[in-house]
Design a protein around this ligand. Structure first.
Ligand code: ATP
Ligand code: MG
Length: 246
């Protein structure tokens, strides 16, 4: 698709635009409508939280936003580009350059150590940055993992694995950061540090979307999207503003 950076140029300020997006899982003769006609727009620099009961479609929505999955029908435009028109290679390049994804289940690679896991997104880039390892080290430090760089995921606690996953999501300096329950397994102090980090990224101009079950965490965002049965139940705005201290 040519110069990928153009996708994120100064043009449209809509980062993610969903129009009647459906994601239907077919299980034999049964169909699960995990997303059942979802429409909303996230502007550049907004900070969204996603809430909803278990099974309401939050992870499915994040997977679509993060181009890990494609809509069954409907249109998803990422920075103006209809993702259904991009082939798998183009999508994976967009992902590795512009998106940071923190998974609900971490998805660390067991054979790689902490530093290597953090650097994984860089390996997918056509031209990885020269200072990649340096960035990975400084993120590891920011996450309090500097003395665990040589450990493999199984030699880490759940909270440490989660922090590796967060550092990995940030190593490519993404425009859009997607987090599925990023603070779910952390003690309250570490969770607070992660939320402060999200605030910092937001102030830097990043666009963030995160899933949470906790209302007081959801209220840290500028917009709260509530999912119900695969649909958008409501979108509310909080009074938080980028750079504000509310
Ligand atoms: N790979 C799949 N195959 C079939 N059905 C699926 C698949 N993934 C999810 N589903 C179904 O789609 C619906 C939405 O799932 P999803 O994982 O998006 O929910 P969620 O809101 O993230 O829930 P949780 O809070 O438990 O993480 C559920 O009914 C789930 O069973
Ligand atoms: Mg989920």
């Amino acid at each position: 698709m040519g110069d990928e950076s153009s996708v994120w140029g100064d043009g449209a300020s809509a980062v993610a635009e969903l129009s009647e997006v459906r994601r239907i899982y077919r299980m034999g003769s049964e169909e699960v409508h995990a997303l059942d006609g979802v429409s909303f727009t996230i502007q550049r620099g907004e900070y969204w939280s996603v809430m909803g009961a278990s099974g309401s479609g939050k992870s499915t929505l994040l997977n679509v936003l993060g181009c890990l999955d494609r809509p069954t029908s409907g249109v998803y435009r990422l920075a103006g580009e209809d993702v259904n028109r991009l082939d798998d290679d183009a999508l994976s390049e967009v992902r590795s350059r512009n998106l940071g994804f923190i998974f609900q289940s971490y998805n660390l690679i067991p054979q790689l150590d902490v530093l290597e896991n953090i650097m994984v997104p860089l390996f997918y880039q056509e031209e990885p940055p020269e200072d990649g390892e340096e960035r990975a080290r400084s993120l590891a430090e920011r996450m309090g993992l500097e003395d665990r760089l040589g450990h493999r995921p199984l030699e880490l606690s759940g909270g440490q694995q989660q922090r590796v996953a967060i550092a990995r999501a940030l190593v490519n300096d993404p425009e859009l950061i997607l987090a599925d329950e990023a603070t779910g397994n952390l003690d309250s102090q570490t969770a607070e540090e992660i939320l402060n980090l999200f605030d910092e990224l937001w102030r830097e101009g990043k666009t963030l979307v995160f899933v949470t079950h906790e209302p007081h965490v959801a209220e840290r965002a500028s917009h709260v999207l509530r999912m119900r049965d695969g649909r958008v139940h409501e979108v509310t705005t909080t009074h938080r503003e980028r750079g504000g201290t509310v």
